[in-house]
Design a protein around this ligand. Structure first.
Ligand SMILES: Cc1cc2nc3c(=O)[nH]c(=O)nc-3n(C[C@H](O)[C@H](O)[C@H](O)COP(=O)(O)OP(=O)(O)OC[C@H]3O[C@@H](n4cnc5c(N)ncnc54)[C@H](O)[C@@H]3O)c2cc1C
Length: 268
């Protein structure tokens, strides 16, 4: 296992790709299934990994998009597919992508991805897909709200902003059951220390004592009021369980954030 990508090092070596628009990327032909080789497996939490995949046909993607992954499952006819968001930045290059996967107990695909793969294995992927995207052209201030594995596509946005050397205010609210189960909390702490435009706020739903978190409850109305205080976002991205996504979307509308610029991704 190797440590997660050092986004700061990536930033230093980066040649910024021309900004791509959603229309540029989404107007491409639908992608085909392709083999991707697992070139690294990074343990993020006790039940979640980053799978670093090398693609044969690399494709431009936008921060926030996802790939479909398909696997054969014993006892099932035909492969089963699931969506997994890209956690890495499309800058400086897209031939290698990181996907973040949390094991859902009893699930058909996620346990195989988290515990059943080794470096060198190949899996089939198709993508990139999705309109839950943010690039420098969209501007900010940006509010990112994620719960559980919903932080994965938001991490791609943060890493892209670092790699592209942007200076757009970004506030990320992450909800996890505990710090141990919080995706990317070490990377995020390092990035927030290095970049004054990034603020990370953690809330823990099942640990009432960890002082590293600002809050110890589920994301609620009061938390969102505080998250927009002093900096009404012009762009907001919410990702995670459908109920949380819908609640936060409604509260942001009430607080005056333009509904057109409140983008959502529900992990059903
Ligand atoms: C756009 C999008 C992006 C996503 N990105 C990510 C990501 O970045 N990271 C991530 O971890 N996840 C992500 N997800 C969720 C992911 O796609 C899967 O839904 C998740 O990994 C669970 O898949 P699974 O096959 O393991 O579980 P499933 O087989 O779908 O099972 C889910 C649950 O249902 C239960 N279940 C299944 N069948 C039955 C049954 N017959 N009766 C009762 N219970 C049953 C299982 O026990 C399990 O608890 C994303 C989803 C979407 C839509």
């Amino acid at each position: 296992m190797v440590p997660p990508i050092d986004a700061t090092a990536a930033s230093a070596a980066t040649t910024i790709a021309p900004a791509r628009t959603v229309r540029d990327v989404s107007s491409r032909q639908p992608a085909r299934w392709q083999n991707a080789r697992v070139i690294d497996i990074i343990e993020e939490t006790p039940d979640a990994v980053t799978l670093r995949l090398r693609l044969v046909d690399s494709a431009d993607f936008l921060p926030g998009q996802y790939y479909n992954v398909r696997l054969t499952v014993a006892g099932r006819t035909g492969p089963i597919q699931r969506a997994y968001s890209v956690a890495s930045s499309p800058v400086p290059e897209t031939s290698t992508i990181d996907i973040g996967v949390r094991e859902v107990p009893g699930g058909l695909i996620s346990p195989q991805l988290v515990r059943g793969l080794s470096v060198g294995d190949q899996i089939q992927v198709r993508g990139p897909v999705g309109r839950f995207t943010w690039t420098m052209e969209d501007g900010g201030p940006v509010l990112l709200v994620g719960a559980g594995s919903g932080v994965v596509p938001l991490m791609s946005m943060v890493r892209y902003a670092v790699a592209a050397d942007l200076d757009i205010p970004m506030r990320l609210v992450c909800s996890s059951s505990s710090f141990d189960s919080a995706f990317y909390h070490r990377d995020l702490a390092n990035l927030a220390e290095q970049h004054s435009w990034l603020e990370v706020v953690h809330t823990l739903t099942r640990d009432s004592s960890d002082v590293r978190a600002a809050h110890h409850r589920r994301i609620d109305h009061r938390m969102i009021v505080e998250a927009v205080a002093g900096q009404l976002p012009r762009r907001a991205y919410i990702c995670g369980p459908p109920a949380m996504v819908e609640d936060v979307q409604g509260w942001l509308g009430e607080l005056g954030v333009d509904p057109h610029w409140v983008r959502i991704e529900k992990y059903d």
